[in-house]
Design a protein around this ligand. Structure first.
Ligand SMILES: C[S@@+](CC[C@H](N)C(=O)[O-])C[C@H]1O[C@@H](n2cnc3c(N)ncnc32)[C@H](O)[C@@H]1O
Length: 227
């Protein structure tokens, strides 16, 4: 997976790259690169945005600036680019990120993530350059950087070898393996604390019963019925 994040704040991703599972992904040959809109802007003084036509507060990321950044990175017309790789704009009103979308994105060889700031993107960017709009929730962040990290976090941890144990990412809340239901409860030592005992079945050593109990707990917590 080669992920490119287009942003005005590439330094934010330096921290992200040092997180254990991200480091693992990078070591395995995956990539998280950043592209700074200011580095390729055709405008003077590093300008990347402008006031909205029709008036109103805030600044809007310019379509010519986005085109220069995408062309500079990929060497093709950005209108064509979206048929070659997923070009995802992070937007509050986009498709809500869930486990199914994360799994879908984890199967892609390459992702492009576009981070907006201020009032967001000129609409022509969304209409002509972008294959998807993704939201991490129905609220508004100051910029797309945290949203891009959320998307990459959940996508990268699904790639083989990125987590210590690949099985950790299989049977998780909202996964196919649990029929979309939340995960079952976990307990660890001590087996009893202040009179709060761990369910007997988990101490039984009987894998079949443990598995059955876990699926039952998960089912009780909601989601569609298990197959
Ligand atoms: C302040 S927001 C712009 C909000 C925009 N004016 C609106 O009302 O929809 C700036 C940028 O942050 C990002 N962003 C904010 N909230 C987001 C969310 N919930 N999911 C994904 N990206 C978000 C987007 O890239 C957006 O362009």
């Amino acid at each position: 997976m080669k992920a490119d994040v287009f942003t005005l704040f590439p330094q934010w991703f330096e921290w992200f790259r040092t997180q254990r599972h991200v480091e693992n992904a990078l070591r395995l040959g995956h990539a998280v690169d950043t592209v700074d809109f200011r580095a390729s802007t055709p405008l003077k003084w590093g300008q990347v945005d402008d006031t909205p036509f029709g008036g109103g507060a805030g600044m809007v990321l310019r379509v010519d600036v986005m085109e220069a950044a995408l062309r500079g990175r990929y060497g093709v017309d950005p209108v064509q680019l979206r048929s070659q790789r997923r070009v995802i704009a992070l937007t509050p009103a986009g498709r809500l990120l869930d486990d199914a979308l994360a799994s879908e994105l984890a199967r892609e060889p390459a992702l492009t993530l576009l981070c907006g700031r201020y009032e967001g993107f000129d609409e022509r960017i969304l209409e002509h350059f972008v294959s998807d709009q993704v939201s991490i929730g129905r609220y508004v962040l100051a910029g797309g950087e945290l949203a891009a990290m959320v998307v990459l976090d959940t996508v990268l941890r699904k790639l083989p070898g990125v987590l210590g144990d690949d099985a950790s990412a299989v049977e998780e809340s909202f996964s196919e393996a649990l029929g979309g239901a939340p995960e079952y409860p976990h307990y660890t030592r001590p087996a009893e604390w202040r009179g709060w005992a761990v369910p007997d079945v988990l101490l039984s050593g009987h894998h079949g019963r443990v598995d059955e109990w876990r699926r039952e707990q998960s089912r009780k917590r909601g989601g569609r019925p298990l197959p």
